[in-house]
Design a protein around this ligand. Structure first.
Ligand SMILES: NC(=O)c1ccc[n+]([C@@H]2O[C@H](COP(=O)([O-])OP(=O)(O)OC[C@H]3O[C@@H](n4cnc5c(N)ncnc54)[C@H](O)[C@@H]3O)[C@@H](O)[C@H]2O)c1
Length: 279
């Protein structure tokens, strides 16, 4: 039986680990070839946790190839529009087409009140989590239009793209901005049958949240909170009684939006949030 995205090619940013790697594997399982980018330049004093390594990206390549799918992987930073375009152009040249775009790369930082936030931390967040998403779309759209087969662009926002959370004003602003970009692109690209949607995860079990500064954001009452201390506070966000979802839960929603099953779905903000938005 053919896969749900059989014969298609997907471009995924932040594909070296976590949700991005999971998207690559899930789409490859359903028949897609993959163009992967990750391993950005260092982001000094920004991240509360390390970003992905060369070894992580190599592991994604291995996992996709083990599924008998092709993958072209490049180191590229989504802040660097030219590098991102060069990586994607090479991938399309090698794999022959482009159908699906997952703008997944993103960062989180240690929490701080909006008025105490350093200018550089604000700017870097916007550069990666909003401008990087625009760079991804900008590089990909000419290929999608030229292919003449329509397409599906999935922008990774967050629950924080639909509602506010304290002490991460830069992240909330960037992720709300992604929704504005998604809606605008959905209108601009509809005549080409290119669909654009955003996905809004609640907490996902990845290094972005499983780090001490994030645990402290949720447990300001403890000096050195652990993952176990964080779990009930995280669970309080969700309606379903779980502390977080797994990367594959997001990948399954991405797969649906990427597939022809969603052929008339565009301009939609899709929460994968265990009911967090109705609390
Ligand atoms: N983990 C969560 O709870 C959660 C919830 C909602 C939304 N998100 C969003 O999901 C997306 C994926 O995050 P994740 O949870 O898998 O975290 P993660 O940190 O494990 O993965 C993010 C990936 O993006 C890459 N990346 C970061 N900055 C980059 C840049 N400038 N250029 C290229 N690659 C870059 C990292 O190296 C890493 O591999 C992000 O956009 C994040 O904001 C995460």
């Amino acid at each position: 039986m053919p896969g749900r995205v059989q014969g298609k090619v997907a471009f995924i940013t932040g594909a070296a680990r976590s949700q991005g790697r999971s998207h690559a594997i899930r789409l490859a399982e359903e028949g897609a070839d993959i163009i992967a980018v990750d391993v950005p330049e260092a982001v000094p004093s920004l991240s509360a946790y390390p970003l992905a390594s060369d070894e992580d990206l190599a592991e994604t390549v291995k996992r996709v190839e083990a599924l008998d799918r092709r993958i072209v992987a490049h180191k590229a930073d989504v802040r660097d529009s030219a590098a991102l375009k060069a990586a994607l152009d090479d991938g399309v040249a090698q794999l022959g087409r482009l159908d699906i775009v997952c703008a997944n790369a993103g960062i989180g930082t240690a929490p701080v009140a909006a008025w105490e936030m350093d200018e550089s931390i604000w700017q870097t967040m916007i550069d990666v989590n909003l401008t990087g998403v625009w760079h991804t779309a900008k590089a990909a759209i000419p290929h999608l239009i030229a292919g003449g087969n329509g397409g599906s662009i999935i922008l990774t926002s967050s629950a924080a793209g639909l509602q506010a959370y304290e002490n991460i004003a830069h992240y909330v602003s960037a992720k709300h901005g992604v929704v504005g970009l998604m809606r605008t692109l959905a209108l601009e690209l509809a005549p080409h049958f290119i669909r654009v949607n955003s996905i809004h995860p609640t907490q996902v079990d990845t290094p972005m949240i499983q780090n001490e500064p994030t645990w402290r954001l949720f447990r300001p009452d403890l000096e050195h909170p652990t993952e176990a201390d964080f779990a009930p506070a995280s669970q309080a966000m969700n309606a379903l009684p779980i502390p977080w979802v797994d990367p594959v839960d997001i990948s399954n929603a991405v797969l649906y939006l990427a597939s022809d099953e969603a052929r008339y779905i565009t301009g939609v903000t899709l929460p994968v949030d265990a009911g967090a938005m109705i609390k």
